[in-house]
Write a protein that binds this ligand. Structure first.
Ligand SMILES: Cc1cc2nc3c(=O)[nH]c(=O)nc-3n(C[C@H](O)[C@H](O)[C@H](O)COP(=O)(O)OP(=O)(O)OC[C@H]3O[C@@H](n4cnc5c(N)ncnc54)[C@H](O)[C@@H]3O)c2cc1C
Length: 399
């Protein structure tokens, strides 16, 4: 049979896209192909579980718009499908004058992004979060938490109910586009689809090249390492606690995150990975490393960010450095409080000139759309992203 749509990737972006395609075209013949034995086994299943409000992003940008709409849509989806979530709010804590200045800039940005924020002084902060110190803080009440794996299960349920198929354990190994269809091969099996959407996260550049697309970028894995606090510290914070981000860096900084099961994690950092899908510390994959180290953009970005990169690497190896970053705002934490927790790995697209891609990156042909960069907060924004992709591939923009 020739499918109307084939979606490669059973992470949140692939599933949201499948769901939106079926919503736009009820009865469409659609198949989702996922290489792992279960859904959301990579970025979507190894993240902080934060439903971001969208305060950080440039006002008027696609990222800001998708995040704001995504936050609302995620909560609605959870509500409708009985998936637990909590709108616990987050505090962005300034620990010095420079951060206070950056915090003031964020207040302006929040206003332009139409996101409600409340400014707290040191005493207000102490009252709200007795274990957190700072010279000031910004409270973002709309920020929430959810287990995005549960969201994916919900989306998969919607996709199957609409008559589509989700095939697990299928690693796509060849893609060829002709005038009439796209042929997708995996092992000895083959699928034909009128249109193909690839949402392959950490493997997205390889699948684009496999499909014959010319790419100017390379995926470089950046590990996001976490620690878990002992259960005796589950009440250490009431909200999510974030540092004020450094505008020159692409990641948000180590934060204290309350998880849906009541536990609290610390992290993630952002350290160069030596394997795209190797989660244990010191994982190494020669093919992955050889590929990015022969890409000119990799060395350019490394040189540009060398100081920060080495610091992150040092703090990844020595817990004491990691602890120091958290103790700036949570001084009662002790080294023994940092218990092991599984890392996540970000699929960071880097361009040939060494630019880190901060926004979505799509590559399109007549019958294919490849999502080549879907950075944080793509889990939060997945539903409107799926709608946008579905609109693009189905030949019309969403209303
Ligand atoms: C450490 C970390 C923390 C984050 N925190 C947050 C957060 O708190 N909030 C937020 O909104 N966002 C967060 N993000 C970002 C968010 O998790 C990702 O942007 C989002 O999950 C991307 O989803 P995806 O579907 O594109 O990719 P993925 O979830 O990686 O899915 C890609 C899928 O494609 C499959 N695939 C790959 N190759 C093939 C192949 N050849 N054949 C078949 N299938 C294939 C993979 O197995 C995988 O399941 C975080 C990310 C990380 C790493």
């Amino acid at each position: 049979m020739v499918y109307d749509y084939c979606v490669v990737g059973g992470g949140i972006v692939g599933l949201a896209t499948a769901m939106k395609l079926l919503e736009m075209q009820p009865g469409a013949r659609l198949v989702v192909l996922e290489k792992e034995a279960g859904l959301s086994r990579h970025q979507t299943g190894h993240n902080s579980g934060v439903i971001h409000a969208g305060i950080y992003y440039t006002p008027g940008s696609l990222k800001a718009d998708l995040c704001r709409r995504g936050s609302k849509a995620t909560k609605e989806f959870c509500w409708n499908h009985r998936i637990p979530f909590e709108t616990c709010g987050k505090l962005l804590v300034a620990t010095n004058e420079l951060e206070l200045q950056r915090m003031n800039d964020l207040v302006e940005r929040a206003k332009l992004n139409q996101i409600e924020v409340e400014r707290l002084d040191a005493a207000d902060l102490r009252q709200r979060e007795p274990n957190i110190i700072g010279v000031g803080a910004l409270f973002v009440p709309e920020t929430g938490i959810v287990d995005f794996k549960r969201v994916c299960e919900g989306m998969a349920g919607v996709v199957r109910k609409a008559g589509a198929t989700i095939e697990l354990g299928v690693t796509v190994t060849a893609i060829s586009e002709s005038d009439s269809a796209v042929k997708i091969s995996a092992g000895g099996r083959e699928w034909q689809a009128t249109k193909l959407i690839v949402c392959a996260g950490l493997q997205s550049d390889r699948l684009a090249r496999m499909a014959g697309l010319k790419t100017d970028h390379q995926i470089v894995p950046f590990r996001g390492e976490y620690y878990l606090l002992p259960s005796s510290k589950n009440d250490i914070v009431r909200h999510l606690i974030y540092p004020i981000p450094d505008p020159d860096l692409p990641f948000l900084g180590v934060h204290l995150t309350r998880m849906m099961d009541g536990s609290v994690t610390v992290g993630p950092n952002a350290v160069l990975g030596f394997a795209r899908e190797g989660y244990p510390k010191f994982s190494f994959n020669l093919h992955d490393v050889a590929e990015y180290s022969t890409f000119p953009g990799f060395w350019k970005t490394m040189l540009r960010n060398i100081q920060h990169g080495l610091k992150e690497m040092k703090n990844s190896i020595f817990k004491a450095g990691y602890l120091e970053a958290c103790r700036k705002y949570c001084p009662s934490l002790e080294i023994g409080d940092l218990l092991p927790y599984e890392a996540g790995i970000r699929a960071q697209a880097v361009m040939k000139d060494g630019t880190l891609v901060h926004d979505f990156l799509f590559l399109e042909t007549a019958r294919m759309l490849h999502v080549c960069n879907a950075p944080s907060p793509a889990a939060t924004s997945a539903i409107p992203i799926g709608e946008m992709i579905a609109g693009k591939i189905a030949g019309r923009e969403p209303s």
